[in-house]
Design a protein around this ligand. Structure first.
Ligand code: HEC
Ligand code: HEC
Length: 365
C-alpha cells in the first residue's frame, strides 16, 4: 500500500545532502554536521504524506525542510546542555524529554532547587506548527518562547547574561556559532542561542502516524474500531476545536463550555495575556498528536488516563455523556495519532574549562 501514497520529493532530494546531512548509505560522511554535530537527519530520509481524503478536517503532518542544518545541529546541543541552567542540572530536555513524547510525564514539572512548577509541561513535538506557544499563548513563536525557561526562577533560574558568558567561555561553541550564523561578530548572543533552539525544535515533528497513513489512502492503516472512534470524534464535535495538522494548536477555547472544570490550579488562561474577562479559562487547544505519550492530561496535569480525559471533554465541552464503548473507540482512535518520534544521535557537548562560570546547584548565591 505504501507505494500508492501520493508523494512529494523528500528532503534529501530537495536539499543538497552536504548541507542537510543524510543517513543514506550512499553519503555516509554527511550524517555528521559541522564540528561532528549531528543534524536532524532523521527527516532527510522521510517523505511527507499527502492526504487523498482532503475533505477530512485533519491533515497529515508535513515534514519541514531544513535550510540551516548547522543552526539546527547547534540547537540540538543547546537543547541538551544543562549549563544553560543556574544549577547546571536542568536542560530543556529535563522537562520536555524527547524519549518520552517531549514531556516529563509529571503533573507539573520540577524546576530549580526542586521548585514545584505551576502548570503541566506541554509537549514540544510539533509545537512549531501551533499559532502561539504556552498554554495561554503568551509567546508568539518558538524563538520568543526559548528565552523564557532559561530565566524563569521556577525553571532553569539562570540569566541570559550568564548563559552567553558560559557559552562564550568555550572556544568550540564560539567556533560553531561563528560557522552557523552569518551575523556572528565577536561573541555569541542570546538571540543566536534562542534562534538555534527554535530551529532545532522546528525539526521535532512526528510524521507518518497510522492515522496519517489512513488519510493518505491506506484503508488498512487503522482498524474498524479506530475508524469508529474517528467517526464519533467528528460527529460529536471534538473536531470543532481539535482539527488541522495538529488536531489542536489553532485557537484558544474556553475549558468548561457547558460545565466548570474543577481544579486547584490557579492558571487563568488567555486572560493573563489579554486582560479581557471573556478570555478567563481560555487555553490554547492542545495538540492531540502523540497524546498516548504525553500524559498526564490538561493544564493542571490531574488526569492520568486518556479514557477519563475523553469522558471529561465530552461532558464539559460538548454536554455529551459517552458510553464506555464510545470512549474506548475514541481512545483507540487517539492512539493512532502517535507518529514517528524524532531520532538522532545523542550530541556530545564541548567541555567547560577553568574560565567557564561554575554551576550553582544549591543556591548559595
Ligand atoms: C523545569 C521544567 C522546564 C524546563 C527546564 C523547560 N521547560 Fe519548556 N515548558 C515547561 C512548562 C511547565 C511549560 C508550560 C508553561 C506555560 O504554558 O505557562 C513549557 C512550555 C514550553 C513550550 C511551549 C509548548 C506549547 O505547546 O505551548 C516550548 C516550545 C518549550 N517549553 C521549550 C523549552 C525550551 C527550548 C527549553 C530550554 C531552553 C525549555 N522549554 C525548558 C517546562 C520546562
Ligand atoms: C470547545 C473546544 C473543544 C472541544 C469541542 C473539545 N476540546 Fe478537547 N480540549 C480543548 C481545550 C481548550 C483543552 C485544554 C484544556 C486545559 O487543560 O486547559 C482540551 C484538552 C483536551 C485533551 C487533553 C490534552 C492534553 O494534552 O492535556 C484531550 C485528550 C482532548 N481535549 C480530547 C477531546 C475530545 C476527545 C473531544 C471530543 C469529545 C474534545 N477534546 C472536544 C478544547 C476542546
Amino acid at each position: 500500500m505504501l507505494t500508492e501514497y501520493a508523494r512529494i520529493p523528500s528532503q534529501s532530494e530537495l536539499v543538497a545532502t552536504d548541507k542537510v546531512g543524510s543517513n543514506t548509505a550512499s553519503t555516509p560522511t554527511t550524517a555528521q554536521g559541522l564540528h561532528g554535530a549531528t543534524t536532524a537527519h532523521h527527516l532527510a530520509s522521510m517523505t511527507s504524506l499527502v492526504s487523498t481524503r482532503p475533505d477530512e478536517p485533519i491533515k497529515p503532518i508535513a515534514i519541514p525542510q531544513i535550510d540551516n542544518p548547522a543552526v539546527v545541529a547547534l540547537g540540538q546541543k543547546l537543547w541538551f546542555d544543562t549549563r544553560l541552567s543556574k544549577s547546571g542540572g536542568l536542560s530543556c530536555n529535563s522537562c520536555h524529554n524527547l524519549a518520552m513524547g517531549g514531556t516529563d510525564n509529571m503533573t507539573t514539572s520540577i524546576g530549580h532547587k526542586w521548585a514545584e512548577g505551576p502548570i503541566n509541561s506541554p509537549t514540544v513535538l510539533n509545537s512549531g506548527l501551533a499559532i502561539a506557544q504556552f498554554w495561554d499563548g503568551r509567546a508568539k513563536n518558538l524563538q520568543e518562547q526559548a528565552g523564557g525557561p532559561i530565566e524563569n526562577p521556577l525553571e532553569m533560574a539562570s540569566t541570559h547574561e550568564h548563559v552567553v558568558e558560559v557559552l562564550n567561555s568555550i572556544p568550540a561553541y564560539q567556533d560553531e556559532f561563528k560557522s552557523a550564523f552569518s551575523d556572528y561578530t565577536d561573541a555569541i548572543t542570546i538571540e543566536q542561542v534562542t534562534k538555534a533552539l527554535a530551529s532545532f525544535e522546528d525539526t521535532l515533528v512526528t510524521p507518518n502516524s497510522r492515522f496519517d497513513k489512513w488519510l493518505a489512502g491506506d484503508d488498512n492503516a487503522i482498524t474498524e474500531q479506530e475508524l469508529r472512534g474517528y467517526q464519533t470524534f467528528k460527529t460529536s464535535g471534538c473536531v470543532a476545536c481539535h482539527n488541522g495538522e495538529l488536531l489542536g494548536g489553532g485557537s484558544f477555547q474556553k475549558f468548561g463550555v457547558f460545565e466548570q472544570y474543577t481544579t486547584k490550579n490557579l492558571a487563568e488562561g488567555r486572560f493573563a495575556v489579554t486582560g479581557n474577562p471573556e478570555d478567563k479559562l481560555k487555553f490554547k487547544v492542545p495538540t492531540l498528536r502523540n497524546i498516548e505519550l504525553t500524559y498526564p492530561y490538561f493544564h493542571d496535569g490531574q488526569v492520568n488516563s486518556l479514557e477519563e480525559a475523553v469522558k471529561i471533554m465530552g461532558k464539559i465541552q460538548l454536554n455529551k455523556d459517552f458510553t464506555d464503548e464510545e470512549i474506548a473507540d475514541v481512545v483507540a482512535f487517539l492512539k493512532t495519532l502517535t507518529g514517528e518520534q524524532p531520532k538522532f544521535q545523542h550530541p556530545i557537548l564541548p567541555p567547560s574549562n577553568p574560565n567557564t562560570p561554575k554551576p550553582n546547584p544549591f543556591g548559595k548565591s
